[in-house]
Ligand binder design. Structure first.
Ligand code: ATP
Ligand code: MN
Length: 409
């Protein structure tokens, strides 16, 4: 090789090396910048470190659902969990599709459920459907819950123009794809996978003395997803007030109060003149709860609320409808409405608008839900019948007290 050629060759090598060095340094710098930036955004959210690592990957891939879900907490006010101007379909879509970053058994109260962590660290309660959609054979508040009723209750709430139930939707998940890779050890340990790929586990449903084996065929699971309120959630209890809403139900454990029930006006006597029910906001919410429970034939609801920073009740909420549509049909579920003979103007107007179109409007709202059709035909007929009964009870109130006295703003 001539001296000139050798010189040119070395020069080219050096140039190539130089370019490689610059490219590598830039790559390292860009990656480092992205890592630091992502750490910064993630550090601001209150999620465990193992979730953060998953979120790091997620944040690069997809930010959309996370920012849709970010809105939910900002919508909460003393007047409820959202307002008519909120885009519920956008958030519902996010709840149905957001990536799942963590799942564990939620050992609170009695029903089988999971706590799910969605992208952005948003939490939700997932109640898998343990049973097919059947007419409930049992007495009320016994046996397994039906998560499809949580979706039905949310739909009824929306149809009644109420805004107190956290956003709820049906959601399908696949065990091997959505759950197993991010499940906690105790959830993984609680299931076994059959040779056919079915996911099975044992669970004892409410008031049963034996456990039952439940299996999800091919690991495909349908269930209800309720957005988790990152707020202190509390329930009015008898020890703070002489009675509370749930005591009024024939299935309440408070037998003393139950024995006082038949036919008198005790609901209003017990409630209206005792705080917090002296305040219309809390009193009218109890009436709204009775309207929803009457529609749903639900004996399980308690008066639940979000507490503010001062520990005082801030906003009313409605939770827990998995035991609805039970066998006993008790007119006492409507006691708050027909014994007090009061109803919120907005709720009454919504009821009037629903007359004759309950089924169509319910189906319109739930058309895109993975659990559609949410209810059996027979349950729908039951709901329509109970809706008519409630309207008759309200008309009796108009007759005895006059419409002006019954309707409250
Ligand atoms: N969306 C939510 N946001 C915040 N807290 C919630 C939410 N859903 C449930 N909780 C809390 O978890 C508790 C249990 O939830 P839920 O009532 O759905 O369970 P459950 O097992 O069906 O109860 P029960 O045994 O009374 O039927 C509630 O009382 C409430 O304190
Ligand atoms: Mn329940």
């Amino acid at each position: 090789m001539s001296l000139k050629k050798c010189f040119r060759h070395c020069f080219c090598c050096q140039k190539r090396l130089y370019f490689m060095f610059v490219a590598l340094t830039s790559l390292v710098l860009v990656s480092f910048y992205m890592m630091v930036n992502n750490e910064k955004t993630l550090r601001s959210t209150n999620v465990p470190p193992w979730i953060k690592r998953l979120s790091l990957i997620e944040n690069i891939e997809n930010k959309n659902y996370s920012s849709s879900l970010d809105q939910l907490d900002t919508w909460i006010s003393p007047d409820g969990l959202f307002s008519p101007k909120c885009n519920l379909s956008e958030v519902t879509e996010a709840l149905r599709n957001a990536k799942i970053h963590g799942v564990e058994l939620l050992k609170l109260q009695t029903s089988y459920k999971w706590q799910i962590i969605l992208e952005g660290g948003h939490r939700a309660v997932y109640k898998p459907m343990l049973l097919p959609k059947v007419k409930r054979p049992e007495a009320c508040n016994v046996g397994c819950e039906h998560p499809e009723y949580e979706v039905a209750a949310f739909t009824v709430n929306r149809l009644l123009d109420l805004n107190n139930m956290p956003l709820t939707t049906g959601r399908k998940v696949i065990w091997s794809i959505d759950i197993a890779p991010v499940a906690s050890q105790d959830l993984l340990d609680s299931v076994n996978i059959t040779e056919d790929g079915d996911v099975c586990f044992e669970w004892t449903c409410l008031h049963k003395t034996f456990s039952t084996r439940f299996c999800f065929d091919n690991g495909e699971i349908l269930g209800s997803l309720v957005y988790w309120l990152e707020r202190p959630v509390k329930t009015f209890k008898s020890k703070h007030h002489n009675s509370y809403y749930h005591d009024y139900h024939p299935y309440s454990p408070n037998k003393i109060f139950r024995s006082k029930l038949p036919g008198d006006q005790s609901f209003c006597k017990e409630f209206r003149d005792k705080p917090p029910y002296t305040d219309d906001k809390w009193f009218l919410h109890v009436i709204d709860m009775a309207v929803v429970d009457y529609f749903m034939n639900n004996f399980d609801q308690k008066h639940t609320y979000i507490a503010g920073d001062d520990g005082q009740p801030y906003a009313n909420i409605m939770l827990d409808f998995g035991h609805s549509f039970c066998q006993a049909k008790d007119i006492l579920l409507g006691a708050a409405v027909y014994q007090c003979c009061k109803i919120r103007n907005q709720t009454y107007e919504a009821l009037v608008r629903l007359s004759g179109s309950l089924r169509t409007k319910f189906e319109e709202l739930t058309a895109g839900d993975p659990l559609f059709p949410i209810l059996l035909d027979v349950q729908f007929s039951e709901m329509e019948q109970r809706f008519k009964q409630l309207m008759t009870l309200i008309k009796f109130c108009f007759l005895f007290h006059g419409m002006e006295d019954v309707i409250m703003d």
